[in-house]
Design a protein around this ligand. Structure first.
Ligand SMILES: C[S@@+](CC[C@H](N)C(=O)[O-])C[C@H]1O[C@@H](n2cnc3c(N)ncnc32)[C@H](O)[C@@H]1O
Length: 289
């Protein structure tokens, strides 16, 4: 059942990726010239990456993977969408930054990597990833199994508290819990086009207009405590859990104000509420290691 839902999600992502990419300006030239798509929050949680091996889960079309590679990491990007992976490989070639991209469902990929004894210094995932996961325990256990002793997992994600509100900041939905499935008939939307530039550091192109996704998608609604508990239960040590009262890039609520560096804050009069969070979890070093 869940596999059918994930397969439908692959179709929905495949349908939208071209529209997203049509808005990104010349991202290859931007990266080639030393630009980065990363924000300070993930840079700080990840720490120094020079010479490190890294898996970037749910990497989409690879902008962040290549930005990580430009910091000196040897990066493997993994994504369910074959279209996203196709764009990622082309971007790597055009930007002249090496990274490897593997097309796979994250659960299949983690299980296979674990079986084959692949290990990484760091695993990273960010910005709209947890909502695609029907099983947090399997996800967290899979990540713990591919980290080297002393390796770290970093997640930077939209805060589930933000899901309580509609676009005008009215509280309309329960706080997410239990991985409750949510079908979106409208599928994955062209949120890059709707951002009008806050998600496109290389400049904004009008690109595809009026995109409508013919492929529905299925989300899973989890609370923050459930994510952190799954990571802790996998044996990882939670070293940091940060909450941020702003979004990086995303501005789909009304009246958002953009501060320097693409940081989006609510309009005056809306109380501060956590809109993103970041976790750093480490695999303990082997005894004597
Ligand atoms: C919002 S994007 C993540 C954004 C990404 N951090 C970036 O740099 O653009 C979510 C990604 O998760 C991928 N995805 C969804 N379900 C997945 C699954 N079961 N396995 C692997 N990737 C998945 C989608 O194809 C999509 O590229």
């Amino acid at each position: 059942m869940e596999r059918n839902l994930r397969e439908q999600n692959r179709r929905s992502w495949n349908a939208v990726v071209g529209a997203h990419e049509s808005h990104r300006g010349d991202l290859a030239a931007f990266l080639r010239a030393g630009g980065t798509t990363l924000f300070p929050e993930e840079r700080e949680l990840l720490g120094d990456l020079a010479g490190q091996t890294m898996a970037h889960l749910q990497c989409n079309s690879g902008g962040d993977s290549l930005s990580l590679a430009a910091l000196g990491a040897s990066v493997v990007g993994v994504d369910l969408s074959d279209e996203a992976v196709r764009y990622a490989r082309a971007l790597s070639e055009r930007a002249g930054i090496l990274a490897r991209f593997e097309h796979a469902d994250v659960y299949d990929w983690l299980a296979d990597a674990g079986r084959r004894g692949r290990h990484f210094d760091a695993v990273y995932s960010s910005y709209g990833v947890v909502c695609w996961l029907p099983d947090l325990e399997a996800w967290a256990a899979g990540i713990a199994a591919i980290l080297k002793p002393g390796g770290r997992f970093v997640l930077v994600e939209f805060h589930p508290a933000a899901e309580v509100f509609d676009e005008d900041w009215n509280p309309v939905r329960d706080y997410p819990a239990g991985g409750e499935p949510l079908r979106l008939d409208e599928g994955v939307e062209d949120y890059v086009g709707e951002s009008r530039g806050s998600l496109t550091p290389a400049g904004f192109s009008n690109g595809v207009r009026g995109f409508e996704n013919p492929e529905p998608c299925h989300l899973f609604r989890w609370g923050l405590g459930e994510v952190v508990t799954a990571l802790a239960a996998s044996g990882l040590r939670i070293c940091a859990l940060q909450e941020y009262p702003y979004f990086n890039g995303e501005g789909h609520f009304s009246g958002m104000r953009e501060l320097l560096g693409g940081r989006m804050v609510p309009p005056k009069g809306v109380p501060a509420v956590p809109l993103m969070y970041g976790v750093r979890a480490e695999r303990l070093k082997a005894v004597g290691g």
